[in-house]
Design a protein around this ligand. Sequence first.
Ligand code: ATP
Ligand code: MG
Length: 352
Amino acid sequence: MSESQQVILNHEAGSGVPLTLRNVSIVYRTRKGEVQAVRDVSLDLHAGESIALIGESGSGKTTLGLGIVRLLVKSAEVTAGEITYRRDGKEIGVLALNKNALREFRWKECSMVFQSALNAFNPVIRIWDQMRDTAQSHGWKDKKAIRQRSLELLRFVQLDADRVIDAYPHELSGGMRQRVLIALSLLLDPQVLILDEPTTALDILTQRTIIDLLRKLKDEQHFTMIFISHDLAIAAELADRIATMYAGRIVELGSSDDIFYRPRHPYTLGLIRAVPKVVGDFQELFSIPGSPPDLIDLPSGCKFHPRCPYATDRCREEEPDLETVGPDHMAACWHWQDVEKELQTKPLHSVA
Ligand SMILES: Nc1ncnc2c1ncn2[C@@H]1O[C@H](COP(=O)(O)OP(=O)(O)OP(=O)(O)O)[C@@H](O)[C@H]1O
Ligand SMILES: [Mg+2]
């Protein structure tokens, strides 16, 4: 066993359901009105699994992640629902945590790597000082031990640890900084990791390194992950389950295979058809017509109906709830059976 493996293996694979969201809604209060960024989201995150949140820009993915770790801006409010976290038989109501308890929660239980955080490093603080400060502020006293753990984590994320630990952020490339951020998020051995667009700002080759690293965290270390991406290929590669978000709601939830081969929501179907194919002959390029709705003034009924080829009067009037469309597979659409029928005659991934 390599040294880099040993350290993280302190992390014990959890069991059960470490995180539960029940009917969570989040709004931003703005001058123009209330932005309904997350609406009535329920989700059980099982130990060791990774769930990808996918959906167009503005669908509420980041807001949901920030809501879980309670790092929403002041103008935002969780207006309904419950978030419950569990470890070692203890249950924590995340929404009731006070400021100090929250700080602990964010590093030791459920840690988030932020979207576009690559530029968030303080340029005059060396990586080592950043890691030491973080550990010390959580009660670690032994500087030597902190340095040891920091080096091991940097090695684990495949960096030249001895060099990187004493570097300033500007001396590192974007991919290296992203790896430092992941190492930092692991410092206090959280059970759950939330990664918001962990590869988006990176070039293709660097993306690959990060994906491989996240795979390692998932497969070898059994971290429980929520991982936000609008890149479906990456979601397919890393996620056990995928949740499609539209206008703040989860509109479909299923295994990666369900989502990619048996989507039942027309929006998920549209997202998949919009991914250009690399192999095979030229295929019709598809994009979802229209644009996401105004979250201050949402359409009636199903929020996707103005863009949906299946829409009927019922869709304009009544918003569907998630319903079971297959084993461990749910979709919120009045016409999911029509989508199923269409896919029988027009398969999604025909071999060219
Ligand atoms: N600070 C804020 N004040 C007001 N509205 C906001 C704020 N932050 C986000 N929103 C709005 O909330 C909605 C959800 O935004 P969010 O950033 O969660 O989406 P997202 O799915 O993460 O998008 P992206 O893929 O672009 O990162 C959007 O309509 C956005 O404009
Ligand atoms: Mg986002």
